[in-house]
Write a protein that binds this ligand. Structure first.
Ligand code: UD1
Length: 416
């Protein structure tokens, strides 16, 4: 088991460079199946990327890695069923459904893995494939999706699901005729995928809007793309700066993708300076409490709900955070309580009565962003915190120990 130990209360000073976005990279890599060769730059060093590379290798793709650049040659890919073990490795394994369906008109795999933060059904993805003309067979956890041909149509999503938008988009690139995805998710990572698909020769209109119009093409050629900066990684380190920084510079980021977080930080009186591609954050005293409701983009991201909970423990008064996207994204709360926070959950809402001084404890993380939240809490706590099961954190935060050590944190990763 991997665990992280942190001695808290150290001042964070210097610069943290943000890596490529996890949620982009995990869609761009499976999209390589759609053509012969794809080059992806600024790929983050995270275990979810390694898992996708393993699945691509298993399918017969050749992958060349040069620092943060991936060249994927998918010419020789065979359409084998993706095993339950591979499907379970991560949530984004389900992007092979859309990609294999587009290329081979058949995809066989199991229900995807990922953090246990709610039921996370895939009904909207499957509804989209069916609308395009595919047949779905489901036996236990196994899904076999087949189509004689995919035919473009109008698909109105009942909820703007990120994963369903991406999966349907990939499948539609090679469908006959025009597909219109209405109520599509607008997360910037989808725009990043649209850029790659257009570079490969796909015909897509409506990038970054809630209506995507895709005119199917017979063949896609090679393409190249740079992964956009990870807005959630950036948001997490900005929060670290507001909690413990002394002019901590979070660079290589896109502040426009974090409008909701930055607006809230300004409202509560956090000491931040927003630049073109960076944010400078310093320890902020006398923070005001606030009420936050998570929402789809451009609303407050559910992926920062757990991290900002740790900050609001420092605010003077009662804050509420309502989680509207996932029903079980509160697994950090119990440990924050043990560390000294005055915090409770009522239904879908967390109430935090601040300020409280946190004390280092032994805690366990059960999902990626709960882990990030506990790391933030540990960085500002008195004494030493041990965070167990950090494999979840390593799925989404590349080089986190090095990045934090470089700015003055006392943090180490142990294999026990
Ligand atoms: C993606 C992100 C994740 C982020 C989430 C919301 C990736 C790999 N992961 O996850 O980090 O937290 O967006 O911004 O990009 N839903 C259904 N049926 C479906 C699909 C989704 O009911 O077929 C529900 C989910 O259970 C959830 C909500 O819709 O309650 C949002 O899910 P979705 O946007 O699909 O998130 P993911 O793509 O899984």
């Amino acid at each position: 088991m991997k665990q992280i130990k942190i001695v808290g209360n150290k001042t964070l000073k210097g610069e943290i460079k943000i890596s490529g976005a996890k949620n982009s990279a995990v869609a761009l890599i499976p999209a390589a199946i759609l053509s012969d060769q794809v080059i992806i730059e600024n790929v983050p060093n995270i275990s979810d990327v390694n898992a996708l590379d393993d699945i691509l290798n298993y399918l017969g793709a050749e992958i060349y890695k040069e620092e943060d650049k991936l060249t994927i040659n998918a010419k020789k890919v065979n359409n084998k069923p993706i095993t339950e073990e591979f499907s379970n490795m991560l949530r984004a394994s389900y992007y092979f459904m859309g990609a294999l369906l587009a290329r081979f008109k058949k995809a066989e795999m199991y229900f995807p893995g990922g953090c246990k933060i709610g039921a996370r059904p895939i009904d909207i993805h499957l509804m989209g494939f069916e609308k395009l003309g595919a047949k779905i067979e489901n036996e236990g956890n196994k899904y076999t999706i087949t189509a004689n041909k995919l035919i473009g149509t109008e698909i109105d999503l009942p909820f703007p699901s990120v994963g369903a938008t991406i999966n349907i988009l990939m499948a539609a690139t090679k469908a006959e005729g025009v597909t219109i995805i209405k109520n599509a998710a607008m997360e910037p990572e989808i725009g990043n995928l649209v850029d790659l698909l257009i570079d490969m020769g796909a015909k897509i209109e409506g990038k970054d809007t809630n209506t995507l119009t895709i005119t199917g093409v017979k063949k896609l050629s090679g393409g190249k793309v740079k992964v956009i900066p990870d807005r959630i990684e950036a948001g997490t380190y900005i929060l670290a700066g507001v909690m413990n920084g002394d002019n901590l510079v979070i660079s290589n980021m896109e502040p426009n993708h974090l409008g909701s977080l930055l607006g809230i930080l300004e409202q509560i009186g956090a000491n931040i300076t927003v630049g073109k591609n960076q944010v400078i954050a310093s320890r902020s005293l006398n923070l005001k409490p606030i009420d936050i409701v998570t929402d789809v983009y451009p609303g407050f991201p559910t992926d920062l709900q757990q991290p900002i909970t740790s900050l609001l423990i420092m605010a003077n008064g009662i804050s509420h955070i309502k989680e509207t996207i996932y029903e079980n994204r509160f697994q950090n709360v119990k440990y924050l309580d043990e560390m000294g926070a005055d915090i409770e959950i009522n239904g879908d809402t967390i109430t935090i009565n601040g300020p409280s001084k946190l004390i280092g404890k032994v805690v366990t993380t059960s999902d990626l962003r709960a882990g990030a939240a506990l790391i933030l809490a540990a960085l500002s706590a008195e004494g030493e915190t041990t965070i167990k099961e950090v494999k979840y954190v390593l799925r989404g935060y590349g080089n986190i120990v090095k990045k934090l050590t470089n700015v003055g944190a006392e943090i180490c990763l142990e294999d026990v």
